[in-house]
Design a protein around this ligand. Sequence first.
Ligand SMILES: Cc1cc2nc3c(=O)[nH]c(=O)nc-3n(C[C@H](O)[C@H](O)[C@H](O)COP(=O)(O)OP(=O)(O)OC[C@H]3O[C@@H](n4cnc5c(N)ncnc54)[C@H](O)[C@@H]3O)c2cc1C
Length: 341
Amino acid sequence: MADVAPSPEITAAFGVDAPVAAAAAADDVASAEHPDWDALASELAPLLHWQPRRDVPLAKHTTWHIGGPAALFVTLDSTAEVQAVLRLLTERGLPWTVLGRGSNILAADAGYDGVVLTLGPGLRGSRVDAQAHTITACGGCLLVRIVQQAQAARLAGLEFQAGIPGTVGAAVVGNVGTAQDWISGAVDSVILVRPDGSLTTVRAAQIDWGYRSSSLRGAGIIVEARFQLQPGDAATLAARIQGSLVRRRGTQPLTQPNAGSVFKNPPGVSVGRMIEELGMKGMRIGDAMVSDVHANFIVNAGNATAHDVVALIRQITERVSTQRGITLEPEIRFLGSFASY
Ligand SMILES: Cc1cc2nc3c(=O)[nH]c(=O)nc-3n(C[C@H](O)[C@H](O)[C@H](O)COP(=O)(O)OP(=O)(O)OC[C@H]3O[C@@H](n4cnc5c(N)ncnc54)[C@H](O)[C@@H]3O)c2cc1C
């Protein structure tokens, strides 16, 4: 699988772990084959409900509104479609990635010379089992939907997700959360399509969960997740959800395109506060700007490019490294080749 990952150069600059660098290297090798994307689109079309599309601008599919074209953009509408397409792409050794809402992604200005897979309407649903206190959601389901469903069914455990603009699949693979709560605390099990097209159910206890990470990364596409929740009190649930939304409105630059926190917080350190203390709030390269609302957010103040964002990220990491001796690690994921950045 060609996962979303930085190039070895970016990896070295940011101090990301070796497996991520290996994924990036694999990406470059596969891209060098120059596949015939039109032929592949014609071959995939009969397998799919939605027609594959060529040269789709990733700027339209990322919340930063940055990124050049994806060579092939494929919407998958059922688990069977996910299985068939992954099997074919893996057999051919073609580069692919899966995209949710693109709210954690920096896509390269040159785009992605591979297949971008997204989950269509047939993989965006969810259902509540009030007796078992569970919600079962498809990989492409928006978090906002399950937060609302849980609230309506008076089930507790997902309130902290209110205001996170992503999908269930990405949230589970990246173990999204806040300083206090992570989604891993609510996951019961996950259904995954492996790169070879096979289907597997993974129990939460079988997954290694970390800070914004899980052992599911690179393992395939999450098509379903079941959440085990607890009975909750309506007023408490409403207050927690409202509290999360109000806190976000007060502390995050929600009126400007962004991708959430750019860097992971090292243990015991608030990166946002540290960047602010180092005088970088409002710092700008091109149209990429360190938010003046929250310094761990970089906003697109107009027509920012991925180059602008990477240049700003470099300046921040260098200043934090020299002045605080801390190596920052990106929380965002990189899509495409950043070898020349
Ligand atoms: C305003 C704002 C606030 C945010 N607040 C938070 C927060 O409080 N906490 C937090 O943790 N994050 C936060 N984020 C970041 C982001 O929303 C999360 O990382 C989210 O989970 C990304 O979901 P997505 O669907 O947009 O995934 P994408 O950005 O599209 O993809 C992210 C990663 O998930 C992978 N992926 C996507 N779908 C699947 C799937 N079905 N199966 C397997 N892998 C998949 C992708 O390949 C990629 O590696 C915030 C972002 C914004 C813009």
